[in-house]
Design a protein around this ligand. Structure first.
Ligand SMILES: Cc1cc2nc3c(=O)[nH]c(=O)nc-3n(C[C@H](O)[C@H](O)[C@H](O)COP(=O)(O)OP(=O)(O)OC[C@H]3O[C@@H](n4cnc5c(N)ncnc54)[C@H](O)[C@@H]3O)c2cc1C
Length: 451
């Protein structure tokens, strides 16, 4: 029987990061993958989605170019050409991942892994032994929120479209739903976005949620919100969505973006005494230990913050702690995140309601039409908010909707991670003329709330 220091199940963001780091610490590592190397992010998530977002962005760019004196830039989007170029890029990236794994000295095995005991894994009928096992099997689209969802595309299939549907019903109000709704509209589909809440992006700052909903409507998307969805049915022209109040919506295509569920079926968790939580996640402690001695889990399968950088950080923290004699934990509180809609959203830290629950809060805001938008005759406004602790002046949250919001928030994340105060923002010199400088120029709080 082959014996390793570590067997990792799943070659996605978390599994690859953990395996490479463990190997760098001198461990003998086997990584098992039953699909393509790179996982959700590289093959059917962040990367192809962003490539699709870039394609969609040219519509607005071409329109704006007219305002700057450019002529004759009108064009037609050929999805087939984009799909071929995207396929080539994802194939290239998968190869890069394979080389990174091999270069680190990690062995890669193709097959579906199943736990055979606390230190044993079965793959393709063979048994492998390991001192430690890491589960990094990720998550997959949930298909049971309402009846009939099975017939709809998920994010997996929408990224492989070769022809743009004339109209699409997007179901869901989370970031994946709003991103694809925005992208498909940018490419030229007529889009309807249906979800149960009154506003999209539950959990984000309410001012971002309201502004995103308004901006999407201004771009021509139809928002069907505030009513629970009931059933999706096939119709002669495509699909019909029925809602609890009896309203019906039709479209040529349907996209199910109602949520994702951890991948644990068939893993043999019962053989090692791991019981999944109600939402299907593998419960772990702050060091990613499962209930079974010798078995750890990282990434989306643990349903903590389901983002690539978080899965990578959890994987590396596990490897540094277990193989590098460097105990490390991931701080899940200050995680910056982006929503790649048009306009885009960037956010880090506490929302205004979350800060108010903790105590006195000062809220600084700025709203303006960016120079480039205004010059091109556009009306889309950029909105920024800083949420500040009213007692010690610490910036607890930074939120933005507008062009380049994800890039701007990424840089601000350093300041917030370091515990910057509003005074630190005030004494930071601006880069002019930029949109980002507005975060340094907010003088008086819009609201000052004593708890
Ligand atoms: C459409 C979409 C867009 C996204 N956009 C972003 C974004 O912009 N930014 C961001 O940070 N995050 C984004 N995410 C989330 C991000 O992709 C995930 O958080 C990240 O990939 C999680 O990594 P992971 O290692 O936990 O799992 P995964 O990357 O999903 O990897 C798990 C791997 O395990 C394999 N596997 C499963 N079971 C077995 C088994 N029994 N045996 C062997 N192999 C197995 C799977 O095939 C898979 O390759 C997006 C996700 C989606 C779906």
């Amino acid at each position: 029987m082959d014996t390793y220091d570590l067997i990792t199940i799943g070659a996605g963001s978390g599994g690859v990061a953990a395996s490479r780091r463990a190997a760098a610490h001198g461990a003998r590592v086997l990584i098992v993958e039953n699909d393509r190397v790179g996982g959700t992010c590289v093959i059917r998530g962040c990367v192809p989605k962003k490539l699709m977002m870039y394609a969609a962005g040219f519509r607005e760019l071409l329109r704006e170019a007219g305002g700057f004196g450019w002529d004759g830039l009108d064009g037609r989007f050929e999805m087939n050409r984009w799909a071929a170029a995207k396929k080539a890029e994802i194939d290239r990236l998968e190869e890069v991942y394979r080389r990174l794994i091999a270069g680190a000295g990690v062995e890669l095995l193709k097959g579906r892994a199943k736990l055979a005991g606390p230190q044993a894994v079965e793959v393709n009928g063979r048994s492998f032994q390991a001192g430690r096992i890491l589960i990094a099997t990720g998550a997959a689209p949930a298909r049971d929120a309402i009846s009939g969802l099975d017939a709809a595309m998920t994010s997996n299939e929408v990224l492989d479209l070769r022809e743009l549907p004339a109209s699409v019903l997007v179901m869901g109000g989370g970031y994946i739903a709003v991103e694809f709704a925005s992208i498909l509209a940018g490419l030229g589909s007529r889009v309807m976005l249906a979800f149960r809440d009154r506003l999209p992006l539950r959990g984000f700052d309410p001012d971002l949620r309201a502004r995103l909903a308004r901006a999407l409507e201004e771009r021509g998307l139809q928002l069907a919100c505030g009513v629970p969805l009931k059933a999706l049915k096939r119709a002669s022209a495509g699909f019909v969505l029925e809602r609890d109040d009896g309203t019906r919506f039709e479209a040529a295509a349907a996209l199910n973006a109602t949520g994702r569920r951890p991948v644990t079926a068939g893993l043999g968790l019962e053989r090692v005494g791991i019981e999944v939580a109600e939402n299907g996640a593998i419960p772990v402690d702050a060091d990613s230990r499962t209930q079974a001695v010798g078995i750890w889990a990282v990434g989306d399968v643990t349903n903590r913050r389901n983002l690539t950088p978080v899965a990578i950080a959890e994987g590396r923290a596990f490897a540094d702690t277990e193989f590098g004699q460097r105990p490390t934990r991931v701080d899940h509180r200050t995680v910056a995140t982006a929503v790649f809609t048009e306009p885009s959203v960037g956010t880090i830290g506490l929302s205004e309601p979350e800060a108010l629950e903790r105590g006195p809060t000062d809220v600084y805001e700025s709203e303006f039409t960016p120079m480039k938008t205004a010059f091109a005759g556009g009306t889309q406004r950029t909105y920024m908010k800083l949420v500040v602790d009213g007692r010690d002046d610490r910036v607890l949250g930074a939120h933005m909707i507008g062009p380049d919001a994800p890039e701007i928030i990424q840089s601000l994340a350093v300041a917030l991670t370091c515990g910057a105060t509003k005074r630190d923002f005030d004494r930071t010199l601006a880069v002019h003329p930029t949109a980002a400088e507005e975060f340094m120029l907010m003088r008086e709080p819009q609201r000052r709330t004593a708890a």
